[in-house]
Design a protein around this ligand. Sequence first.
Ligand code: TYM
Length: 345
Amino acid sequence: MSITPRVFSGMQPTGALHLGNYLGAMLQWIAMQKTHECIYCVVDMHAITVWQDPKELVDATRRVTAAYIACGLDPKRSILFNQSQVAEHAELAWVFNCVARLGWLDRMTQFKEKAGKDKERASVGLYAYPSLMAADILVYRATHVPVGEDQKQHLELARDIAQKFNNDFKENIVAAGFADGIFFPQPEPVITGPATRVMSLRDGTKKMSKSDPSDLSRINLTDDAETIARKIQKAKTDTEPLPSEEAGLKGRPEAENLVGIYAALTGESPGAVLRQYGGGQFSGFKKALAEVAVTKVGPIGAEMRRLSSDPVEIDRILADGSARARAIAAPVMHKVKDIVGFIRS
Ligand code: TYM
């Protein structure tokens, strides 16, 4: 059971996927399909760490699966599935709950943001969220995890859990046939590109997010051409013309965000974008940006709608992906049980 390069990542089926998900993570997911064995999950168990209407959760899980495929993930080449169909995630998460320390979880900024002031009323699941996330990755002994910047702290925790597990159980790991004492790899975060943190279109200091009450703050992958163009046209900017060099974006979060989005959509560098549009007014740049965004995002929404009209086919894809995921996760979990000292038959 040697460690082979393998990619794992996931998105929550809560609300609509947006341009931040697409540019921050999905573009990388698509690219890595060509070079790696990839496992992409719809993390429905993470979703219920805050209340979800059960019927809406079913729809959202199918919608995110349709978005994965519409964006360009190939369910034959990669494994696409929903987390709750592979019970090994929850099993390993429990072991990790007993490896991770309270002090580690106390430092997680996402819990603090999501729980808000009334921490007493947050679910235990929301607190233990990062330990399930570590299990998602490590139950496949995945080595690379493409995500946006906001997941960096969770990935550092996953690395700490992997290392502590290897240390705590070193003797048994060696006895189980891993001569170097390493059972779990240290998963590498893959956080690359000009848009690892896409900001709100209404406030360049806030992350673009599904939970922002203003729909104008984000471009949803399901938005039609007219909506995309209107949102970009209404995007907040400052009064200066665009700078000619990247250094000139400093202290101008809205300009930096729009240039980053343009660069990520076209595959250019922010410097190259500014060489073309620097010195000009925002109105002209916004027009060009809207055109690029409509060309890239428009077809995704159309394809999502087409795929969503056949939920039976989506469920079939998820069942197939789950069986393939389980085939990798089950033997890893068997070894974990041997290492930890659980009797199994
Ligand atoms: P989630 O569902 O919040 O987001 C999915 C992916 O989109 C990225 N992202 C962004 N990137 C750039 N700019 C933004 N404004 C933006 N908003 C979201 C996220 O960084 C993420 O990569 N905890 C994870 C899901 C998860 C997971 C995992 C990820 C569960 N288990 C294991 C990797 C590995 C989450 O809530 O992502």
